[in-house]
Design a protein around this ligand. Structure first.
Ligand code: HEC
Length: 145
């Protein structure tokens, strides 16, 4: 009966239990606080690095893309055509796009900031980013005959 007594005695002191509970709660609180701040830090730190483009409105961008006639050469879905290359999905970096639109080196007509403002280009950029990728070739019956 001795080992059994020992078990009872070890479980007895209420203070011990409270202390353990206190540390468990502290550890959990620390995990919540530090875990949360790490997640927040990652979100804040990686967002600007991933894409330095200013926030744009894709809906507005699509309208501007149509109104300024980008579609005439680049296609309604920015897929590219005989007159201009594909612009999306996965457009070139925003700064490169702005630089090209302002000073094209080839056939494309230039658009000054008086014609298409930087915020408007940001909207167009948001639209280009929102273009869905084309379906995989395997999903197109005509191409699998
Ligand atoms: C008259 C036809 C035409 C129109 C309109 C046009 N583009 Fe272009 N764009 C081109 C062609 C052609 C190129 C390929 C390079 C060249 O010849 O200038 C090009 C290239 C580009 C590039 C560079 C692509 C790359 O991968 O380097 C961007 C960005 C671009 N166009 C954006 C626009 C936007 C935004 C508009 C509307 C505001 C627009 N374009 C309107 C014909 C056009």
């Amino acid at each position: 009966m001795k080992p059994f007594d020992g078990v009872l005695k070890r479980g007895e002191p209420a203070a011990g239990g409270d202390v353990n509970h206190f540390w468990a709660m502290t550890a959990m609180a620390a995990m919540l606080i530090f875990g949360g701040s790490i997640a927040a830090g990652q979100a804040a730190g990686s967002a600007p690095k991933k894409d330095s483009a200013p926030a744009g409105n894709a809906e507005k961008g699509k309208r501007l893309y149509e109104n300024y006639g980008c579609y005439q050469c680049h296609g309604h879905a920015a897929q590219g055509g005989s007159a201009g290359p594909r612009l999306g999905p996965g457009p070139i970096p925003f700064v490169a796009l702005v630089a090209y639109v302002r000073h094209p080196s080839g056939q494309m007509p230039p658009y000054t900031s008086k014609v298409v403002s930087d915020p408007e280009l940001a909207d167009i950029y948001a639209f280009l980013k929102s273009v869905p990728p084309p379906p995989p070739v395997k999903s197109l019956p005509l191409l699998n005959q």
